[in-house]
Design a protein around this ligand. Structure first.
Ligand code: C5P
Length: 233
């Protein structure tokens, strides 16, 4: 199974579809994030779902349970396989997201991926926010909450994935913050290479700019697949 979920972080659907068409066959799924959801609406999810690969709607829901449930239902009705919700919204909110997804999916398999600690935050940021514990302990606590609330998986950085898998092997661990050797960190702080992330236990790796901003996105995706194959992952 190809573990790459490519983040289609582009301003419009035409560009997203062009990228998706070229990467079809080189990645395991597509992520439609806030940029596309804001510019094109949930229609962007259904259009990208037409390629036949799983679509991960990275809406990062965080609202009262009733609103979250309704938003999740819409995204599932538009073909999302996974929808993200912030675990910090609490267990009732994550439960509501899962219930909304199932209502919208009409029997299709769907699931919530609960965001633990954003990969753009480090320990100092957590302290500034007045949050106790380390990034590691907090990610695991939020993963535990998400699992009990019925999430199918969590989003965490590659640096916490082993601890999350130790908590629950069944909980999907999806890791952004992926930086193939030499690629600029940008705004991400807790990063690893594709091989490091998968070796640590990631079920899926989210890769955005390292593919989409490469001069040859297909070559970049193929190089990641090849690096995983050479590492026997
Ligand atoms: O370009 P890059 O590979 O850094 O993109 C990472 C993608 O993963 C972005 O679309 C971002 O919104 C998303 N993401 C993240 N950290 C999280 C959850 C999602 O970077 N905790």
């Amino acid at each position: 199974m190809n573990p790459i979920l490519v983040a289609l972080d582009v301003p419009d659907l035409a560009r997203a579809e062009r990228l998706a068409r070229s990467l079809d066959g080189y990645v395991g799924g597509f992520k439609v994030g806030l940029e596309l959801l804001m510019s094109e609406g949930p229609e962007s999810v259904s259009r990208i779902a037409e390629f036949g690969l799983p679509v991960f709607a990275d809406a990062k829901l965080h609202d009262i349970p009733n609103t979250t449930e309704r938003a999740a239902r819409e995204l599932a009705a538009h073909g999302a396989r996974w929808v993200t919700a912030h675990a910090t919204g609490g267990s009732r909110m994550v439960e509501a997201a899962a219930s909304g997804l199932n209502a919208g999916a009409e029997g299709r398999k769907v699931g919530v991926l609960a965001v633990t600690v954003l990969t753009s935050l480090d320990q100092t940021d957590l302290e500034t926010l007045g949050m106790s514990g380390t990034v590691q302990t907090r990610s695991v606590e939020l993963a535990r909450l998400a699992r009990v609330a019925g999430a199918e998986g969590v989003i965490c950085s590659p640096l916490e994935v082993a601890s999350v898998k130790a908590l629950s092997a069944e909980l999907l661990a999806v890791t952004p913050g992926i930086r193939p050797g030499g690629f600029d960190q940008g705004d991400q702080k807790r990063t690893a290479t594709p091989v490091e992330a998968v070796r640590a236990g990631a079920d899926f790796i989210v890769v955005g700019r390292a593919i989409t901003e490469a001069s040859d996105p297909v070559a970049s995706a193929s190089a990641i697949v090849e690096s995983l194959r050479s590492a026997a992952l």
